[in-house]
Design a protein around this ligand. Structure first.
Ligand code: URA
Length: 486
C-alpha cells in the first residue's frame, strides 16, 4: 500500500548513504512521490524539521526480516558520473531528484538520462555546476604557511559552492607530499597529517582553527607582489582565470586591482627574482670520487633519509641514461613534473634542454641525465608548488648519490647546468659566471659549466632568453666534441 509521503528517509553522509537508502526503497518499489528525503546536518539536526526515523535507517538492527532482496540496478557509466556529481549539489532537492532519476531508469525509462528530459536537464545542470565548483576550489584555494611553525603547516579557508571539499582534499593530499595542511569551509574541514586524510563535517571545528595569521598575511602579500609580473599581464586572461568573485578568497585579492592599474601605467618591471643555484654546493672532485672504490650505497635512493627533503617530495628522481654514456648532464634538482613522474627533466626546463640538445646534435637517449639533488624542494604558494633552491647541507647530503653515478658511469664529459650543479661537481671555488662555457679538466673527465635551462625560462625578454639558450647549445656541442675526441 502506498500513501503520499509515507516514507521518510534521512540521508546522513552524502551519496553512499543516499544510495543505500535508494536501493532499499527500490526493493520495496516505493515510488518517488511516496518518499520524503531529509538530510541530517553536521550539527545533528535534520534539515527540513521534525522527522521520523524509518526502519530503513536503523543500520544496527539491519533491514526488516521480510525485506525484499536489493535489486540490481544497472546504470550507464555516464549516468553514474552524473549522479555522483549531482549528489554534491548543495540543496535538499538533490536526493528526491536522484531517486526520481534512478526510479525512472529502473522502470526502463532511458530518456531520464538525457538533457532533453525535464529531470535529466536538472541532473545535467546540477552536475555541471558541481564540476565547476570542483575546478574552482582547486584553482582558487590558497594555502598560507603558518608563522608559528605549528602543525598543520599550511592553512586555507574556502567557501565552495557545493560539497566538493572531499574531492579537493584528495587532490591536495596527492600533491603536497608529507606537508601537513588543513582546509576549512563553512560546512566542514579537511586535514592532511602527511599520511592520512581526515574529513570532518563539523563546521565548528572548522572555525576553531587559526586561519588568520597576522604575521603570515603580510609575508604572503609581499610574495605575491614580488612574483606578479606586469610585463606579462593579460588582464582578460587574469579575469577569465580568476573571476573577480574569487578574489575575496585570496590574500592577494585586494592587491590585484592596484597592481593591474600600475601595470597599465607602464610599470614594466620583471619582479620574479632569484637565480637558480645561488647556494654553494659541496665540493666533489671528480678525481677524488673516482679514486674511491665503488661502494654500495648504504641504502637505496628510495629510502634515503640523509636530509629532510624526502618528507615533502613524492619520490626521489634518480639519474637515467646509458650505463656507459660519454656525456653526463647534471641539473639542480627535480621540479614539480619530475617529482610527480619520477623522471628527470621532463617539465618545462626539460623541454628547453631537449631543444638545446637537438640543436647541439646530441640525442637525449645517448646522455646520462641527473641532478645534484634527487628530491624536489618546494614551497607551497596557493595550489602551486614553487621550486626552492636546495641548501648547501642538502646538496652535500645528496652528493653520495651523484658521486655514485659519476663513478658508475665514468663519463668523459660532464655538463653542469646552473650554479648548484657546478658547485656540486667542482666545489664553491668555481662561480658559474667566471667559468661559463669553459671546459675544466678534472681527473679523467672534462667539466663544461653552463646555464640552467630554467634560467632561460625566467629571462626578461625573448632576446635574453635566446642568448641563454644559445650558450647552453654551445656548451653541449662543445661537450659532444670533447667526448668524441677524448
Ligand atoms: N630542473 C632540474 O634541475 N632538473 C630537473 O630534472 C628538472 C628541472
Amino acid at each position: 500500500m502506498t500513501h503520499a509521503h509515507l516514507h521518510r528517509l534521512v540521508v546522513e553522509g552524502g551519496y553512499a548513504s543516499w544510495r543505500r537508502l535508494a536501493l532499499r526503497a527500490l526493493a520495496y518499489a516505493w515510488p518517488p512521490e511516496t518518499i520524503t528525503w531529509t538530510e541530517r546536518t553536521a550539527t545533528g539536526g535534520a534539515a527540513g524539521g521534525q522527522m521520523t526515523l524509518d526502519a530503513l535507517q536503523d543500520e544496527a538492527a539491519g533491514p526488516p526480516r521480510d525485506a525484499p532482496a536489493l535489486p540490481r540496478v544497472r546504470i550507464s557509466r555516464n549516468l553514474a558520473a552524473l549522479l555522483h556529481d549531482a549528489a554534491l549539489y548543495r540543496s535538499p532537492g538533490r536526493w528526491p531528484l536522484l531517486y526520481r532519476v534512478v526510479w525512472r531508469w529502473h522502470q526502463g525509462d532511458r530518456a531520464v538520462a538525457s538533457a532533453a528530459d525535464e529531470d535529466g536537464a536538472r541532473l545535467h545542470a546540477m552536475a555541471k555546476s558541481v564540476r565547476r565548483a570542483k575546478h574552482d576550489m582547486i584553482a582558487y584555494l590558497r594555502f598560507k604557511e603558518r608563522a608559528d611553525g605549528g602543525s598543520p603547516q599550511y592553512l586555507a579557508w574556502y567557501e565552495p559552492e557545493h560539497d566538493v571539499l572531499p574531492f579537493a582534499a584528495e587532490h591536495f593530499a596527492q600533491r603536497m607530499g608529507a606537508s601537513t595542511w588543513w582546509i576549512g569551509t563553512p560546512h566542514g574541514a579537511a586535514w592532511w597529517d602527511g599520511r592520512d586524510l581526515h574529513i570532518s563535517e563539523a563546521a565548528l571545528q572548522a572555525t576553531a582553527m587559526p586561519i588568520t595569521d597576522d604575521e603570515v598575511e603580510p609575508l604572503w602579500l609581499a610574495y605575491y607582489q614580488n612574483t606578479f609580473n606586469p610585463a606579462r599581464l593579460n588582464e582578460c586572461a587574469l579575469e577569465r582565470q580568476m573571476p573577480v568573485r574569487f578574489w575575496r578568497h585570496l590574500p592577494e585579492g585586494p592587491l590585484i586591482p592596484r597592481m593591474v592599474a600600475e601595470a597599465r601605467d607602464g610599470a614594466r618591471r620583471l619582479a620574479q627574482s632569484g637565480a637558480i643555484g645561488t647556494m654553494p654546493g659541496k665540493p666533489v672532485a671528480v678525481e677524488a670520487a673516482r679514486a674511491q672504490p665503488l661502494r654500495a650505497p648504504a641504502s637505496s635512493l628510495d629510502q634515503c633519509r640523509r636530509c629532510e627533503l624526502w618528507r615533502h617530495a613524492t619520490q626521489p628522481v634518480p639519474g637515467c641514461g646509458p650505463a656507459n654514456a660519454r656525456l653526463m648532464l647534471v641539473g639542480e634538482q627535480p621540479g614539480d613534473h619530475e617529482d610527480l613522474s619520477g623522471r628527470a627533466f621532463i617539465g618545462p626546463a626539460g623541454k628547453v634542454l631537449d631543444d638545446a640538445m637537438r640543436r647541439a646534435g646530441v640525442a637525449r637517449e645517448s646522455v646520462y641525465l641527473t641532478n645534484a639533488v634527487k628530491h624536489f624542494k618546494w614551497i607551497a604558494r596557493g595550489k602551486r608548488r614553487l621550486h626552492k633552491t636546495p641548501a648547501q647541507r642538502e646538496v652535500e647530503a645528496c652528493s653520495q648519490w651523484l658521486r655514485e653515478e659519476m663513478v658508475r658511469v665514468r663519463p668523459a664529459v660532464i655538463v653542469t647546468l646552473g650554479a648548484t650543479a657546478l658547485r656540486a661537481v667542482l666545489g664553491p671555488q668555481f662561480p658559474l659566471r667566471d667559468h661559463l662555457g669553459m671546459p675544466l679538466r678534472q681527473g679523467d673527465a672534462w667539466v663544461v659549466p653552463t646555464w640552467h635551462p630554467s634560467y632561460a625560462l625566467r629571462a626578461s625578454g625573448a632576446e635574453k632568453e635566446a642568448a641563454i639558450i644559445d650558450d647552453i647549445v654551445r656548451a653541449i656541442a662543445h661537450a659532444r666534441e670533447l667526448a668524441s675526441t677524448d
